[in-house]
Design a protein around this ligand. Structure first.
Ligand code: CIR
Length: 254
């Protein structure tokens, strides 16, 4: 799939209080801003026009736009974040999506769903059941997908925050995956590039128009991808990692 446009949101200074499982310290806001700029440049280098939304100080985690919507070509689906502090983020995304998509569908309570839990593989969507995405949210999404000629199925997560914390689609029947998802039966029939446990964060990479954008600082995964023939761009996202956020979470791509 060719991506023409990406949507990102500037990080706000309040991001230092964003949700985090802890252990890596508090993000440096100045450095996060710099890293965000380089992330946008990487998307542009891959041929995308990037829409940069203004920072939203009401929501410390609002830089992680991927969780607020799922874009499926013929429609956009506004999600219903499972984290209380993130529930209001979708309101700001709705008018932006309405500029580009018709219809804009919505997940409604008691369903919860964050699109970091949704992995698109051609016209099938794997949906992680996690602390943020519940069965009701997944069922609603599957019904919406089916209306649009696509399919969905669930994958139960034990440890990862989101499904895409541990798996990325590289096209050509190939997944980049790590941790608990190595055992997931749902992914057994794909070509697989496995990421070692000490580089788990690198499994959250994105394939954009023939280039894999991956986080900087994961040499084994970088070598594996390059040896397998992938063109790779690296972007440092260390400050977002401190908030459990990966590369994919920072953009919506369509
Ligand atoms: C959160 O816990 O919601 C944010 N601190 C990180 C969200 C990362 N998003 C993603 O993996 N799709």
């Amino acid at each position: 799939m060719k991506f023409l446009t990406c949507i990102v949101r500037q990080p706000c200074p309040e991001m230092v209080g964003g949700l985090s499982s802890g252990g890596l310290g508090i993000p440096d806001y100045g450095l996060a801003l710099e890293q965000h700029k380089k992330y946008v440049e990487a998307l542009e280098e891959c041929g995308c026009k990037v829409i940069v939304l203004p920072a939203d100080p009401a929501y410390p985690d609002s830089v992680f736009v991927e969780d607020t919507a799922l874009l499926i070509g013929s429609a956009a689906i506004l999600t219903r974040p499972g984290a209380d502090s993130r529930k209001g983020e979708t309101a700001g995304m709705k008018p932006v999506l309405q500029n580009h998509f018709m219809p804009v569908e919505e997940i409604i309570l008691p369903g919860t769903l964050e699109a970091g839990d949704v992995l698109e593989v051609e016209s099938h969507y794997y949906i992680g059941i996690s602390e943020r995405t519940n069965n009701e949210g997944a069922e609603q999404l599957i019904r919406i997908l089916e209306k649009h000629g696509k399919t969905g199925s669930t994958v139960r997560l034990q440890k990862f925050l989101h499904l895409k914390t541990g798996v990325a689609w590289l096209g050509n029947n190939t997944l980049l995956l790590t941790g608990e998802l190595r055992q997931a039966l749902e992914f057994h029939n794909y070509e697989r590039i496995e990421v070692d446990d000490d580089e788990q964060y690198a499994a959250n990479s994105i394939m954009v128009n023939g280039t894999v954008i991956m986080p900087a600082g994961y040499p084994k995964t970088l070598n594996t991808l390059q040896d397998s023939g992938y063109k790779v761009l690296q972007v440092d996202t260390s400050e977002y990692r401190k908030l459990d956020g990966g590369l994919s979470c920072l953009s919506l791509r369509f």
